[in-house]
Design a protein around this ligand. Structure first.
Ligand SMILES: [Fe+2]
Length: 260
C-alpha cells in the first residue's frame, strides 16, 4: 500500500517507524513553483496526527484511512492552511489546531484548539514541539516524533532540488538560501527575526532533540544526519563568530555549505 520515499505525488510513503509522507502538487508562491508535502504520524493510542495536509484525493484518503483515523489536523504555521477545510469536512471529529496568527487569517474555519509551546496531551507521549519565535512575521511550530527521531519543519527549512527552479528564479532561490545543498529559511524571512534571543532559545530546544531524520514541506528531506542538516540550515542564526568558525573548519560536516 505504501511506497518508499520518493513516491508518486499524493501517495503515502513510509519515512520512518510510524511516520509517513505524501507529496502534493506544486503551488505558486511569489512566482516560484513550490513542491508541497504533508506528514502523518500514527499514535500509539490510535488515531493519526496529520501535519500540513495537502489536497485530499480519493487515493490519499484511502491510504490514510488504512493507517487509522485522523485525530489531529495541524497547520504548522499560518501559511499552511489551504486544505484544512476539506480535511475537517472529511473528518469532522478530528481536532483542528490553529498555528499562531491563523485564526485571524482564516476566520471562516472553526478551529478547535491552538498550538502552543507545549505538546497537546493527545500526542505529548510521542511528539514534542517548539514554537519557533523571534520573527515579527510568523511563528512556526516545529515538531519532533520520538519513535522515528524525525523533526518536522514547514517553511523554516527549505531545500529545493538544485535544478528545480531555473533561470533568474533559480538564482534568486539560491541567493535566498533555500536550494540544495544550502537548506534554510528564505533570506528575507531571516532578516526579520528581530528577536534573535527568542529564536536561539527555540533552536537550542530543537537541537536538544536526538534528530536523525528531517521532514520539510518544500524540497528534499533529510533521511539521515538530521542533526547536522538542522545545524546547517540555521547557521544564519548562530552569530558571526560561530559562522566564521564554521567557515574556517572545512571538515566540519555540521556547517558545510553555509548559506549566504
Ligand atoms: Fe510553506
Amino acid at each position: 500500500m505504501t511506497q518508499r520515499f520518493p513516491g508518486p505525488a499524493t501517495r503515502l510513503g513510509a519515512f520512518g517507524p510510524e511516520i509517513w509522507i505524501a507529496d502534493g502538487p506544486t503551488v505558486p508562491f511569489f512566482g516560484f513553483p513550490y513542491p508541497t508535502r504533508m506528514a502523518v504520524v500514527r499514535l500509539t493510542q490510535g488515531g493519526l496526527f496529520v501535519w500540513s495536509p495537502i489536497a485530499l484525493t480519493a487515493d490519499l484518503k484511502a491510504e490514510v484511512e488504512a493507517l487509522g483515523n485522523p485525530r489531529f489536523l495541524v497547520s504548522p504555521n499560518k501559511l499552511h492552511h489551504l486544505y484544512l477545510a476539506e480535511w475537517k469536512t472529511a473528518y469532522p471529529r478530528a481536532t483542528l489546531f490553529a498555528s499562531p496568527g491563523l485564526r485571524r487569517r482564516r476566520k471562516d474555519l472553526a478551529f478547535d484548539d491552538d498550538l502552543t509551546d507545549t505538546p497537546d496531551p493527545g500526542w505529548a507521549r510521542e511528539i514534542d514541539q517548539v514554537l519557533f519565535k523571534g520573527s515579527v512575521a510568523m511563528t512556526e511550530a516545529v515538531f519532533f516524533h520520538r519513535a522515528s527521531r524525525t523533526a518536522l519543519f514547514a517553511d523554516l527549512i527549505q531545500n529545493l532540488p538544485h535544478d528545480f527552479v531555473k533561470g533568474w528564479r533559480g538564482v534568486l532561490a539560491r541567493l535566498g538560501g533555500i536550494v540544495e545543498p544550502n537548506p534554510g529559511a528564505p533570506s528575507d524571512w531571516r532578516t526579520i527575526f528581530l528577536d534573535r534571543k527568542a529564536a536561539r532559545r527555540a533552536l537550542a530546544r530543537i537541537l536538544a532533540w536526538d534528530i536523525e531524520r528531517v521532514i520539510i514541506a518544500h524540497g528534499t528531506p533529510a533521511e539521515q544526519d538530521g542533526q547536522a542538516f538542522v545545524r546547517r540550515a540555521f547557521a544564519w542564526l548562530a552569530g558571526p563568530a560561530a559562522q566564521r568558525h564554521a567557515t574556517e573548519r572545512n571538515d566540519d560536516r555540521d556547517f558545510e555549505g553555509l548559506p549566504g
